[in-house]
Design a protein around this ligand. Structure first.
Ligand code: ADP
Length: 205
């Protein structure tokens, strides 16, 4: 196995990304890798601003939210203390729960998707994932999971929006085929079956 990978998990809310990030992190650590697992929006001040918008504590238009995500991602990469560039230098395999494809999909519903892709060009040039794992789940399934596990539903978490977001993910993958390594995993399966598919995709690298 290649020593140091940069792995991005993508998918709609409730697709099981954070569950799979945790399982893959444990497996890679058990296999002797140094692993840094992380997520976007981050827990930095910029990421917190985005979360406040998601929770309805403040409002902003979709272009502003898209731009905040660009800034949060650049800080995620460049932060001097825990930035991904630094983690990479330190020899970590990096696993992130969401990266720029999430921006293309979520903001592409409201803003021109090509603008969102262009706005994220710096991040794509700085650190491109070795693999983008798309956990593809039916929006109905993810909505059921969210409704049964979360007390409050955030911005974006409606069935209609998740259907649109899934379509935008597919559009973005199509637009960038050839430029990005994207692997689809069937997210309607059990946690362990998904983990096995993820592991098989990682093993190939
Ligand atoms: P995400 O990070 O993509 O929003 P989570 O990993 O937080 O998704 O999963 C959302 C909810 O669904 C959690 O309660 C989790 O335990 C549950 N879950 C995750 N994967 C599956 C699965 N394959 N089958 C059933 N429930 C799942």
């Amino acid at each position: 196995m290649q020593k140091q990978l940069f792995i991005a998990f993508e998918g709609i809310d409730g697709s099981g990304k954070s569950t799979q990030v945790k399982l893959l992190t444990e497996k890679l650590i058990a296999a002797g890798h140094k692993v840094y697992s992380t997520f976007e929006p981050t827990d930095s001040p910029i990421g917190s601003l985005i979360r406040n918008i998601f929770k309805g504590r403040m409002s902003a238009d979709h272009k502003t939210i898209a731009a905040l995500n660009v800034a949060d991602r650049l800080d995620h990469l460049h932060n001097e203390i825990n930035g991904l560039l630094r983690k990479k230098e330190e020899g970590f395999t990096i696993i992130t729960d969401r990266y720029y494809f999430s921006s293309y999909a979520y903001h592409g519903v409201h803003v021109d998707i090509d603008w969102v892709i262009a706005a994220n060009a710096l991040s794509a040039a700085i650190m491109k994932p070795d693999i983008n794992i798309f956990i593809d789940v039916a929006p109905e399934v993810s909505m059921n999971r969210l409704n049964s596990t979360r007390g409050t539903i955030e911005l974006y978490e409606t069935l209609e929006n998740l259907q649109q977001v899934r379509n935008k993910f597919l559009e973005a993958f199509d637009k960038l085929k050839g430029a990005e390594n994207v692997v689809f995993v069937n997210g309607n399966q059990t946690v362990l079956a998904i983990a096995e598919d993820v592991w098989n995709a990682i093993k190939k690298l």
